[in-house]
Design a protein around this ligand. Structure first.
Ligand code: TA6
Length: 304
């Protein structure tokens, strides 16, 4: 898809009343949406419909973005809320295909913006796989439509609706790979996953059981299975609540220092201030969507 013109985007979709939603050109020639209302500010990149920032008024950003993040067409951004779709992690049969799918590295189409009755601002993005280039369609031949609704207010609500437009069942893996901003990783705990089974990527996807709250003192890379319940991140200074629907897995990831150093875009001390808690359908929890059917993954983040 060609990069849309900023003036055209503003003409069709900007909001300028008490609430604001405007488009501007960002680094790497990638358009950004900036949103501000009485509740919060947010920034979203059109590549990947990627939320880069969400800060409720008076709060530090809830979303972590690496100081070393690079912005370039076709390259995923380190931080924010990458959309892993239509598969999570490595592709199941072809390791040459990009990890976490292609949704995060293509431009999404803006379909609608609106101020809701309660003053929240909603923006709706769409990705239709039938309009992607040949290389991507070869990776994902089944016509699939993704609609992504982002609602910015005191809470951040994200809804990813996948519809199977093909005449065969499709297998969907996905995650909202959210990088949360934490004040100190060593003091951060995650609750809600006690007693749940997980696959530990650091030990070859061994199956283990979570004992108590999660604390992070080394590399953590886990897929918690059958975890449809809410999760809370407590970093001592505040609590971030993750409420979700349509997500059976929860991924918890922090690369810790050694792995972070090999990544090149996580910043020197970045790992100390980020924690990914991802609302996902991954590994044993991938979904099958029948022809014509849809699946909705919905999360709502709030801070206290
Ligand atoms: O969700 C956790 C994970 O799959 C980790 O294994 C780690 O590699 C991370 O995502 C980041 O992946 P990326 O492709 O963005 O470098």
């Amino acid at each position: 898809m060609n990069t849309p013109d900023i003036n055209d985007l503003n003409k069709s979709f900007s909001i300028d009343s008490n609430q604001h939603l405007n488009f501007k050109m960002g680094d790497g020639g990638i358009p950004l949406v900036e949103i501000e209302n009485e509740f919060a500010t947010a920034v979203i990149s059109l590549q990947g419909a990627h939320v880069l920032s969400w800060a409720p008024k008076g709060e530090a950003d809830v979303i972590w973005l690496s100081t070393d993040a690079t912005f370039a067409m076709g390259k995923s951004v380190r931080g924010g809320i990458p959309l892993c779709w239509p598969w999570f992690g490595a592709h199941e049969s072809n390791t040459n295909f990009p990890a976490h799918g292609f949704a995060r590295t293509v431009l999404w189409t803006v379909k609608q913006t609106q101020v809701l009755d309660n003053g929240e601002i909603q923006i709706l993005f769409q990705l239709n796989t039938s309009t992607l280039d040949e290389t991507l369609q070869a990776m994902w031949p089944l016509a699939t439509l993704a609609v992504y609704k982002i609602t910015v207010g005191q809470t951040l609500t994200l809804e990813l609706i996948t519809t199977n437009k093909s005449d065969e069942p499709l297998t969907l893996g996905q995650a909202l790979h959210t990088y949360f901003n934490v004040s100190d990783i060593e003091q951060t705990t995650v609750s809600g996953l006690e007693g749940k089974d997980y696959l530990d990527k650091t030990t070859g996807f061994e199956r283990k059981t979570q004992d108590g709250n999660i604390t992070i003192k080394q590399e953590v890379d886990r897929i918690y299975l059958q975890t449809a319940n809410d999760v809370v991140i407590d970093d001592v200074k505040r609590k971030i609540k993750i409420e979700k629907k349509g997500s059976l897995s929860t991924v918890v990831w922090n690369p810790w220092q050694e792995v972070a150093n090999t990544m090149g875009d996580l910043g020197t001390e970045g790992y100390r201030h980020m924690l990914c808690v991802e609302s996902a359908n991954a590994a044993d929890d991938v979904m099958t969507i029948a022809p014509g059917e849809s699946h909705t993954l919905r999360v709502c983040y709030s801070v206290s």
